[in-house]
Design a protein around this ligand. Structure first.
Ligand SMILES: Nc1ncnc2c1ncn2[C@@H]1O[C@H](COP(=O)(O)OP(=O)(O)O)[C@@H](O)[C@H]1O
Ligand SMILES: CC(C)(COP(=O)(O)O)[C@@H](O)C(=O)NCCC(=O)O
Ligand SMILES: [Mn+2]
Length: 949
């Protein structure tokens, strides 16, 4: 092994011992003077100079009103207006303009969800008074993270302009509605259609009154430029305040924001928000700040140093002529510092200076060899210079190859010691999620603390200040956000490739698809959407460096993607989880590479069939084919990225992967690929329902219960997400397959707690039965699964006096039935059955009966009600930490949960413990899962019954 180029633990220890730090001051503003115009920006996206010919007189958000429609009742005082084509309707922006990088955090608000009459009745039944999301104190929307090099501030201004982020603060919905309903705007509506919305002019105040919060030195330095180019005023926020506010927000509100990094292994850590303080925050940007944080807004900057990321980048740039930071880093990987550095061995004739514990390969004097050699700068390889510099920074100040010094770490730890802090969080873009750097830092903290303190890193490492500036706006309610309100998503769609910005931000789907197609034309392959890359890059789920197949891993492969944070204030933790803190939805952990590889192959193999279905669901048009192709590329890119770095999107479980696929379909506007299959299967199943019900009614109670459970398991075979099942469907009609599946049911099932469940229902000689009060049935697939499986089971419970709440997906996923579709299915089924009809009426599911129910929902019927609620997800699995408010409300009186299907009962929640009884029912439709989970075979069944814990 080449000793000089490798950093062993021994070496690290040695350097830790020999480096004693000096205190310094922070200097995070470099002289980033030159502002470059970007050549390839289209004119429409350039931020014009104030007073230029494009006159903008409004600070109102730019709205795409095409397709706007009133949702629900026209008579309502405050009707909800859905803007289907408005994605980023109301924006809000904050900046951190540092010495090296400009960080942007911006918010785009999502339109309120329509609340239909059916949902209103159900909510009333469940005692939810707030039927309108507007009443949530926190805005629903999305937080985006983007960064640019400070030297390329023009690109940043153009970005802000093209996204119209300079146009305003939070606009209350009532203002928006007034605006929309004023007579002028009805004209506007007409005018806007077909216009480039970015150039839409409307009445209203101009941007001169707009104030944007910003922190970092650039907030001072570039204030005039912002005024001149965008007409906005910068309101400066204190940098330390912002760093701390940003870190506190991230650590409290984002699940698995922090992670440890030891010997190449990332481990996500869930910080208990009640046990966060005190901690030490070390922000390594251009310079370094160390802040002891004791609470919200309570902190002290305890130390800092002027030798930081800027030092490495600045000197490196001067000496190597590198044009960007990552180029410099990459150079160092091929360098040999012995040509430049004077080693102990050079002085001691190749020997160690063992008396003081220095090996021959230890650097005695960084750049020392250049003194005695009669060479010019050009005579040295830039690769070697870069490495020497890194080592200089490292060895002088520590021993990290890439940057931060152990000096920093020593100070950090000494400070941690002084103040009794056990946790040290490292932020700032110097870290860049770089595996080597993080390992070195972790090692150093561990070494200096003798294992007492722990180094942790943050996924949003460089965005602390910008987030803090964002938090400093009043009224957005962000402080009230909790972990369960946030969902991170990773859309494709930033226009960044090859390390360069290749155009304006992508405005719409068409632009996104065209951009992706360019790769195909070039013959290159998108292998991975990599985030926050150099230069002028974004953290917004963008691509970078699409490398050809067969390429070796990029040096930055370990970097983590920063997604878009969706703020969904209506989400809640499922109240019946026995212990939400220890709850882990995923049964399969994909950080095991073997598992990841297997599921990667399963999902890749499924892709052609899925694309066919998706395209067919949109009529097979050329446009849908294009979108189908783009979806396949995008999802393959995600998979490739995750194979390369399983932690790239945060902690990865199988449920996340399956949800990512659904999200990716939605991103390319495939809203329900299995729509017609679902309809066909529903119809076929409804046609035989009455026969089944008659058959069931002819049985004695105990046989019937067993037949019902068998029926649920048998009908769970209709799963279009399982390769094996899809192959089966070619061999017979729906009803034939259903019969075959039922005939094959043989007890004992692989997991068989039926007798315990039966005893709970019917009681025993010693114990009289006590009926369940309310059961939540988490339904799975459309067709036979719900119609011939779950509905007859629901009917049995209703018949026994148990209220039944059918819990279905909010959005489509594979052939899963949704909460929107279910009432119609129930209404059809109710035609064949009085029990279902009475209960559905009582639950407000039957349209004809709804008028009466609306007047007095609680007194409308004598039957126990059958209700439908949405679960808050659009995935075949369910994470019970984040469910809809109506499901949470329904759960409050529930004493039985029935989870059905592989996604909800096996991939997720197989090990979940509940405060009430839980029945988990599924057919295992995958051989590997069967072997792993239940030591069984494909098509084996699980009937697991667990009493309340
Ligand atoms: N693309 C990049 N361009 C420049 N510097 C980068 C880049 N990526 C990471 N860095 C490193 O991050 C440092 C800046 O970190 P940051 O947290 O943004 O601090 P600041 O607010 O001082 O700009 C740089 O000095 C450099 O070491
Ligand atoms: C996506 C699914 C979890 C859906 O199963 P369900 O919940 O409908 O029972 C399941 O189809 C699955 O894990 N499919 C991939 C495995 C395979 O094709 O074998
Ligand atoms: Mn399903």
């Amino acid at each position: 092994m080449d000793n000089s180029n490798s950093s062993t633990k021994d070496n690290q220890e040695q350097q830790l011992n020999t480096n004693i730090g000096i205190d310094g001051h922070i200097n995070n503003i470099d002289d980033a003077g030159k502002i470059l115009e970007r050549e390839d920006f289209g004119e429409r996206d350039m931020a014009p100079m104030a007073g230029s010919s494009i006159h903008r007189s409004s600070s109102r958000p730019q709205l795409d009103l095409s397709g706007a429609a009133i949702q629900g009742n026209f008579e309502e005082k405050d009707p909800t207006i859905l803007l289907p084509n408005q994605s980023d309707d109301i924006s809000h922006l904050a900046l951190d303009i540092g010495g090296s990088l400009i960080k942007l955090v911006y918010f785009s608000r999502t339109a309120n969800q329509p609340v239909n009459d059916r949902r209103k009745i159900i909510k009333a039944r469940l005692g939810i008074t707030n039927v309108n999301r507007r009443s949530y104190p926190i805005l629903g929307g999305r937080l985006h993270f983007v960064k640019f090099e400070t030297t390329k501030i023009t690109e940043c201004l153009d970005f802000i302009y093209s996204k119209q982020l300079h146009r305003g603060g939070i606009c209350p919905m009532s203002d928006f509605l007034n605006f929309l309903w004023s007579s002028d705007n009805l004209c506007c509506n007409f005018l806007i259609t077909g216009m480039d919305s970015r150039h839409w002019q409307s009445e209203g105040p101009n941007t001169e009154n707009t104030i944007i919060k910003a922190t970092g030195g650039g907030a001072y330095k570039f204030a005039d430029l912002f005024k001149e180019r965008l007409g906005i005023s910068i309101e400066k926020e204190d940098e330390m305040n912002c760093l701390v506010a940003g870190a506190n927000f991230l650590l409290k509100a984002i699940r698995h924001e922090a992670f440890t990094h030891m010997e190449g292994q990332k481990e996500f850590v869930q910080i208990d928000s009640n046990d966060l303080f005190p901690y030490l925050l070390v922000n390594i940007g251009s310079g370094v700040s160390m802040i002891k944080v004791d609470g919200e807004g309570t902190f002290q900057r305890v130390s800092g140093t002027n030798v930081g990321g800027g030092t490495y980048w600045g000197l490196g740039k001067l000496l190597t002529k590198c044009k960007n930071f990552d180029e410099l880093l990459e150079l160092s990987q091929r360098g040999d510092n012995r040509t430049i550095d004077m080693l102990v061995g050079d002085i001691y004739g190749g020997m160690d200076y063992s008396k003081i514990g220095l090996s021959a390969s230890t650097i005695a004097s960084s750049f020392g060899k250049t003194v005695s050699e009669n060479k010019e700068l050009e005579d040295y390889r830039p690769e070697d210079i870069s490495l020497s510099l890194l080592r200089m920074i490292s060895y002088n100040i520590g021993q990290a190859r890439h940057m931060v010094s152990f000096y920093v770490l020593q100070i950090a730890y000494l400070n941690a010691l002084r103040f009794g802090l056990k946790r040290i969080f490292f932020g700032g873009f110097f870290i860049r999620g770089h595996a080597y750097t993080m390992d070195t830092i972790s090692f150093a903290v561990h070494f200096w603390s003798k294992g007492d303190a722990q180094a942790m890193f943050l996924r949003h490492e460089g965005f602390l200040g910008a987030l803090g500036a964002f938090m400093s706006y009043e009224k957005h309610g962000l402080d009230d956000l909790m972990v369960h309100h946030l969902v991170e998503r990773f859309p494709m769609g930033a226009p960044y490739i090859g390390g360069n910005v290749h155009g304006p931000p992508l405005g719409d789907l068409n632009e996104k698809i065209s951009w992706m197609e360019k790769f195909v034309l070039k013959g290159t392959e998108i292998t991975a959407p990599v985030p926050t890359s150099p230069p002028g890059t974004t953290g917004l789920g963008g691509f970078e460096v699409p490398s050809s197949k067969g390429d070796t891993l990029r040096p930055d492969a370990s970097k983590l993607n920063v997604g878009v944070l969706h703020l969904v204030p209506s989400l809640e933790v499922f109240p019946l989880l026995a212990d939400p803190k220890t709850y882990e939805p995923n049964t399969i952990d994909l950080s095991d590479h073997g598992e990841l590889e297997y599921w990667f192959t399963v999902l890749s193999d499924h892709m052609p069939d899925l694309v066919d279905k998706a395209v067919a669901s949109e009529g097979g048009t050329d446009d849908s084919k294009r979108r189908g192709d783009a979806f396949a590329r995008a999802f393959s890119a995600h998979l490739a990225r995750l194979m390369e770095e399983p932690a790239a999107y945060g902690k990865l479980g199988l449920a996340n992967l399956l949800e990512l696929r659904e999200e990716c379909l939605r991103e390319f506007h495939f809203l329900d690929p299995y729509r017609s299959i679902k309809q066909r299967e529903n119809e076929a199943s409804l046609a035989v329902l009455s026969d089944l019900l008659m058959e069931l009614d002819s049985m004695d109670e105990e046989t019937r219960l067993l037949t019902l459970i068998e029926g649920v398991l048998a009908a769970n075979i209709f799963d279009w997400g399982s390769r094996a099942c899809v192959d089966l469907y070619h061999k017979g009609t729906i009803i034939e397959i259903y019969r075959m599946s039922r005939n094959k049911m043989q007890r004992p099932w692989r997991v068989d707690d039926f007798d315990v469940f039966k005893e709970r229902i019917f009681g025993s000689a010693e114990k009289r039965p006590q009926q369940y009060k309310r059961a939540l049935l988490f339904v799975d697939n459309s067709g036979a699964d719900v119609v011939l499986g779950m509905l007859p089971l629901a009917r049995e419970l209703l018949r026994r006096g148990t209220e039944v709440v059918l819990v279905a997906n909010s959005l489509p996923a594979l052939n899963d039935v949704t909460a929107m579709e279910l009432p119609d299915i129930v209404a059809e089924a109710a035609k064949h059955c009085d029990i279902l009809r009475g209960a559905a009426e009582a639950g407000g599911l039957l349209v004809d009966a709804m008028i009466n129910i609306q007047d007095n929902p609680r007194e409308s019927s004598f039957s126990v009600p059958l209700m439908v609620v949405e679960n808050g997800c659009g995935s075949p699995c369910i994470d019970l930490r984040q469910v809809s408010s109506e499901l949470a409300a329904a759960a409050k009186d529930a004493d039985l949960i029935i989870l059905e299907g592989m996604g909800r009962a096996l991939h997720t929640n197989f090990n979940a413990k509940f405060k009430c009884d839980a029945l988990k029912l599924a057919m295992v439709k995958n051989q590997r899962l069967a072997a792993k989970l239940i030591k069984g075979n494909i098509y084996d069944c699980v009937c697991r019954f667990e009493r309340a814990s």
